[in-house]
Design a protein around this ligand. Structure first.
Ligand SMILES: N[C@@H](CCC(=O)N[C@@H](CS)C(=O)NCC(=O)O)C(=O)O
Length: 122
């Protein structure tokens, strides 16, 4: 079973939840108020940032891009259509895109959408 430490207003968490949703992966959600710097959470990620994914019995995986790669690596066999390209060259281009300015505009949109979804109770 997977557990995701997240917050509804966090665009990085939203990105991971979209991927989990696309793959139809069941996950236990733990809303983390990262600003409270909970001791148990800091043991998982000393940087104190969300999102963090924990697979039972495995070390915690912090950071949206790293979590995305983990999901791709562990669930690709279950899908015909991957979310990340299979070939190394295209995979690198995609990683660059995720880290680049286009991604930032998507994150800003996701943040706006998260805020309105949160205030309307979604
Ligand atoms: N590099 C991380 C950044 C995640 C991030 O900045 N999350 C924010 C919440 S949206 C956070 O945890 N901020 C608390 C802090 O930086 O102390 C990722 O890509 O997932």
């Amino acid at each position: 079973m997977l557990t995701l430490f997240y917050h509804p207003l966090c665009p990085f968490s939203r990105y991971v939840r979209l991927i989990l949703g696309e793959y139809g992966i069941e996950v236990r959600l733990v809303e983390e108020r990262f600003w409270e710097r909970r001791e148990e959470f800091l043991l998982l990620n000393p940087a104190g940032q969300i999102p963090v994914l924990v697979a039972d019995g495995q070390p915690a995986i912090p950071g949206a891009s790293i979590i995305a790669e983990y999901i791709e690596e562990t669930h690709t066999a279950e899908r015909e259509n991957r979310l990340l390209p299979a070939t190394p060259g295209n995979g690198s281009r995609c990683a660059g895109w995720r880290a680049g300015s286009t991604t930032n505009s998507i994150r800003k949109s996701a943040a706006r959408w998260s805020a309105s979804a949160y205030s309307s109770g979604i």
